[in-house]
Design a protein around this ligand. Sequence first.
Ligand SMILES: [Fe+2]
Length: 386
Amino acid sequence: MIEPLRLWLPQAIEFGLGKTDTVWRHLGEYRRVFVLCDGSVLPFGQRLSQEAETRGLEARLSADVVPEPTFEALDDVLQQAQSFSPEAIIGIGGGSAMDLAKLIAVLLPGTQKATDLVGIDKVKGRAARLITMSTTAGTGSEVTPIAVLTDSEEKLKKGVVSRHLVPDAAIVDPQLTISLPPAVTAATGLDALTHCIEAYTNRFAHPLVDLWALEGVRLILANLETAVACGTRAEARVAMSMGSLCGGLCLGPVNTAAVHAMAYPLGGEYEISHGVANALLLPFVMQFNLPACTEKYARIATLAGIQEDSPPEIVARKGIMRIRELQERCGIPTNLRQLSIPQEAIHSMAESCLKVKRLMDNNPRPVTLDDAISIYRQAYEGTLEV
Ligand SMILES: [Fe+2]
């Protein structure tokens, strides 16, 4: 049975080279603008803020975005925003900056605390205009109703899901990704690939969302290596940005599954970046899920260039290996030892990831504690036995 499709999407998605200029149109009549940007794109944030003032707006810029932000980090920037009383928030950057901007937009009035928002549909509303600008091709956060924070006490990532987190406008300008370093391009690109694969093989997959997911897989598999090796190739950057946007569009209605749930403890406890954690775990979770979604993995394999000249299971296995090879060629670590994760941590990480029921429940094959331990062990050794 197909579940009803719930679409929470921005009113406008601007896509293409040079589209950052459309931000003024989407601000409409709002005059006080809080701009939150990643430190890595500070010059762009400064230019945007200066242009806002040239246009007669009042702008306040903050670049206090830390990777994998905690509740405390959110509080810091929220106080900055509240002291300015903005009418509009612009979040510029990767997932961390955009997630913080989304949360600030709903927390501005001070009627709810961030910890009250964790879970699904806990946000009561939003008064501020919200615009997101993605500067990486990976997170998809620019179009999602989701924001993720790290709970530094529980050492676990926690998700807020609400239609009030959906930006009014999302701007995806691949020009902003041209200067991304290869390592960031690789990790974020493989995160986007994971969004598409986990949506397509999700227990709650939907045929309409599959269209985005498969197009995202196709674009990313065809362009990631070029974007990593030769970042100034605009056509590869455009394709990666579209692939990432396709992945982002899948996240609201269907979302991810065990790869993301298992990546959470790596980020929460060991501060491994979201993209690297997902990229590393993807082939191992695919290997585990293979019996539950053989045909779908075979379809993905054909998009990776594998010929359909064998039974689906063989084609699917070749596809998983192809993704593993892509991961290696892009310079992603291939085992948890390379990330200095202690082997003794595997049991507690396995327990932690099972608490992320919001995502684990989406996985095409149920994951028990023993399964999670086994997957982490394989990822620790880096042994893929497809
Ligand atoms: Fe992700």
